[in-house]
Design a protein around this ligand. Structure first.
Ligand code: SF4
Length: 484
């Protein structure tokens, strides 16, 4: 049965938005405090996770760690930054997809080993974490968190040879999405999984190198792009600069399409192209594929804006602002009443009536997940005087869940898995509704292959049923021990 709004809103004001997974950074800055630079880089990756933030530095073989719940500027201040000494640092912004939301699961995860400190920050989700976790427990390894990051750190310590070799051994065992930064006594490593689900880029600044989830982190410290890590690559930063090795044989390339559609910041470079420009191309494809007679094009801000601008340019219809967005509405821990839950969309968006009255409006959004936000937004446009509301969505209908680290709901919660396009249009009160086709999506990305489209097609780079079982078992097992 399709859930009602109050069942799925929970305490999240952004109930129909996909949740970014995590952001990672890694820095080597000889003769500088790398953590101070990492702080600014992390700040720019805030959009990838707002639940917790953390950094670890290493100074002459000694590790320093600070983590906390909340946004980057709330977690770090001059006092705790001054304790994070050393020329090596890694950092993490967290949105939990595996494991609970508590501080225990905040990253980086750091331990002491016979070879000095070892820390790891992870963006992604291991689909075989349950199996690996069981194997570690049977070997007598105690685990203190419910996150798959801890599993990886123990796989690293259980390996043999130098850290580069141990990372290769880890890559041979870990299945799923993982973009990692790893800190040791004398190096920082970046690792991209053999499918390439999550991005990882290498940049250079005056006096050092950094690794980050996205290139938007470079601007904060004046860095320039050197290399987008390819699937299966490892990059080592140390006193000799940087070195890149192939850590695992690349599998069928499966970059996450949603990095392009929604997750990545529009000013990031992905696959050599500005994400903002890619989104405008998707909007143009949408206008060609699903044209409509209308007076104005509006976006669901902010993520739908570049798509809407592209749509308007291609359609020759004026673009205007249809909504003001309250950018300060975030997660609340105050339990709202049922009535207030249902008005949360109104807390976040307000229509600009002068731009809408008597107009036939095209409302462009980047995606529809559960369909809980679209209906109230369409109603708002009508209440503001729009004579018609046509909804255009800059990606295909989401019909299948993601097991690679994106918290996009179970199949029964996905509106397009339960209704056809006409029924969804009726459900959200739109005069018409259209989603971008897969073919047009690929044209907009200027490629024919190499992207994971599993949430649109149900065709996974792995065997899906196995994922479901693993994911369920892992959640059950974690909950039975940790309760979160
Ligand atoms: S299933 Fe969708 S959200 Fe998940 S990795 Fe693939 S494209 Fe990205």
């Amino acid at each position: 049965m399709f859930p009602n709004d109050s069942e799925i809103w929970g305490d999240d004001a952004d109930g129909d938005e996909l949740k970014e997974e995590c952001g990672v950074v890694g820095i080597h800055a000889p003769d500088q405090d790398a953590a101070r630079l990492a702080f600014f880089a992390l700040y720019t990756l805030q959009h990838r996770g707002q639940e917790a933030a953390g950094m670890a530095s290493v100074d002459h073989g000694v590790a320093h760690v600070h983590k906390g719940q909340g946004l980057v500027p709330a977690v770090f201040n001059e006092d705790n930054l001054s304790t994070l000494k050393g020329e090596f640092a890694i950092g993490h912004t967290r949105y939990s997809t595996t494991g609970g939301t508590g501080l225990r699961n905040a990253q980086p995860h750091v331990i002491e080993t016979i070879d000095g400190p070892l820390g790891i920050a992870h963006n992604g989700n291991l689909v075989n974490a349950h199996i690996l976790r069981r194997q570690l427990l049977e070997r007598g390894v105690g685990l203190q968190t419910s996150s798959d990051t801890e599993v990886m750190i123990h796989l690293l310590t259980g390996g043999s040879g130098d850290w580069m070799n141990r990372i290769k051994m880890l890559m041979a065992q870990a299945e799923g999405a993982f973009a990692l930064t790893i800190i040791t006594r004398d190096a920082v490593f970046g690792v991209r999984d053999p499918w390439g689900f999550r991005p990882l880029v290498l940049g250079k600044f005056e006096g050092g190198y950094l690794l980050a989830s996205e290139t938007c982190a470079f601007s904060a410290i004046g860095a320039e792009l050197v290399h987008e890590l390819a699937p299966g690559e490892i990059c080592r930063l140390d006193a000799d600069g940087y070195r890149i090795e192939q850590g695992a044989v690349p599998k069928q390339r499966a970059f996450c399409t949603f990095e392009q559609i929604y997750f990545s910041r529009p000013d990031s470079i992905y696959e050599g192209k500005l994400v903002h420009s890619t989104r405008q191309r998707l909007g143009r494809e949408l206008a060609r594929e699903a044209p409509v007679d209308a007076d104005v094009v509006v976006a669901v801000p902010d993520s739908g804006t570049p798509h809407a601008v592209g749509f308007a340019q291609e359609a020759g219809i004026p673009y205007t602002e249809g909504f003001t967005k309250n950018r300060y509405v975030g997660r609340t821990f105050i339990e709202p009443t049922q009535e207030l839950r249902e008005s949360k969309v109104r807390m976040k968006f307000n229509p600009l009536a002068d731009n809408l009255a008597g107009k036939r409006v095209v409302m462009v959004d980047d995606s529809i997940v559960r369909g809980t936000t679209s209906g109230p937004l369409v109603q708002m446009l009508r209440d503001a005087g729009a004579s018609e509301v046509h909804v255009r969505v800059a990606c295909p209908a989401i019909t299948d869940p993601c097991y690679m680290g994106v918290d996009m709901a179970a199949r029964e919660d996905l509106i397009a898995a339960n209704m056809d396009v006409e029924s969804i249009a009726e459900h959200i009160g739109a005069d018409s509704l259209a989603f971008l086709s897969i073919e047009a999506l690929m044209r907009g990305l200027e490629t024919q292959e190499g992207y994971c489209n599993a949430c649109f097609t149900g065709v996974y780079p792995f065997e899906e049923e196995r994922f479901v079982q693993l994911t369920l078992k892992t959640k059950e097992q974690f909950a039975s021990v940790w309760g979160d």
